[in-house]
Design a protein around this ligand. Structure first.
Ligand code: NAP
Length: 288
């Protein structure tokens, strides 16, 4: 256990609630392993207290912090600068104190693409099909544009929200346009997908016998496809089990969770953390 002394620098996670966050254990294990003089604390903050809390962080010299629900968008007006990536996603999950004030970014994008970048593949011909249009889907969209994917198709069950999702990118134009589709077109799109991403919570514990894609449609998934479920518990999800049966390469959400933390840690501490220790800490917390 690292000793907290008079010189220890503060990091933390703000949210409401934060009690269930895996980040404190993950980051404190990385801190202890590197032997750097930091501590990462859970900082529960109600929405009404956000502005006063951030002013307090300034006063006590917090180095940086993670942001979880419900503050990922509300924090933006309280920052001096927001990275292009976070502007694109429309949400900030990592803040760092600079000489010019608070700087915010979004490391979910780096987290999402990290396992994909490890594959030796030309992404320029890739057709992506994304299920869902929530916060995580926004990081997936930006990540797919960073990879250089050719086409992005988003499927959702609510036509109004779907069209709002498409319109929301008008402020931050992307290198590829976003095609939106009602849920009824799932059976047509799944066979065309090179990369199929589940960004809905369907199949997440305890709903482990559900998949967002019905069995007959999943049987038409290409054996050359990659199936990526952002869910990390259970692993594999029903969606990934179905895709694996078709011969697809599969990824669950654990690596995204690890790598968004790795990217944040590098920003705050300026050193590469021990990725294996961070991954293992999450696996232990998820009891894998
Ligand atoms: P969110 O903002 O609540 O969005 C959820 C999306 O799923 C919405 O588009 C919602 O559509 C759709 N959806 C929900 N139930 C559905 C159903 N039965 N059929 C079709 N669509 C459905 O949530 P999020 O933050 O994007 O998170 C989505 C998933 O990603 C969660 O499982 C979360 O745990 C996971 N995630 C993982 C990581 C990671 O690091 N691995 C990071 C972020 C999120 P409606 O609005 O129409 O309900």
């Amino acid at each position: 256990m690292q000793l907290i002394t008079g010189t220890t620098k503060l990091l933390g996670i703000i949210g409401d609630p934060v009690e269930h966050s895996f980040s404190p254990v993950m980051h404190n294990k990385a801190i202890a392993s590197l032997g750097v003089d930091y501590v990462y604390l859970p900082l529960p903050i109600k929405p009404k207290d956000l502005a006063v809390a951030i002013a307090g962080f300034e006063a006590i010299g917090i180095v940086g912090f993670s942001i979880t629900i419900p503050h990922k968008q509300a924090i933006i007006p309280l920052l001096s600068e927001v990275s292009d990536i976070a502007q694109g996603v429309g949400a900030v999950n990592t803040v760092y104190r600079t000489d010019r004030g608070w700087w915010g970014t979004n490391t979910d994008v780096a987290g999402f693409i990290s396992p994909l970048q490890a594959i030796d593949r030309d992404w320029s011909q890739t057709k992506v099909v994304i299920l869902g249009y929530g916060g995580a889907a926004r990081a997936v969209v930006v990540g797919c544009t960073q990879l250089g994917c050719k086409e992005i198709h988003v499927i959702g069950r609510n036509p109004e929200k779907l069209s709002q999702f498409q319109q929301s990118w008008e402020k931050t134009p992307l290198p590829v346009s976003i095609n939106i589709h009602p849920w009824q077109e799932l059976s047509e799109l799944v066979p065309q997908a090179d990369l199929l991403v589940n960004s809905t919570p369907v199949g997440m514990y305890p709903d482990i016998d559900s998949s967002p894609v019905d069995a007959a449609t999943m049987e038409r998934l290409s054996a050359k496809a990659i199936a990526y479920d952002l869910i990390y518990t259970p692993s594999p999800t029903k969606f990934l089990q179905q895709a694996k049966q078709q011969g697809a390469v599969i990824f669950d959400g654990l690596e995204m969770l690890v790598q968004q933390g790795v990217a944040a840690f590098k920003i705050w501490v300026g050193q590469t953390p021990p990725v294996d220790i961070m991954r293992q800490s999450l696996q232990e917390q998820l009891q894998r």
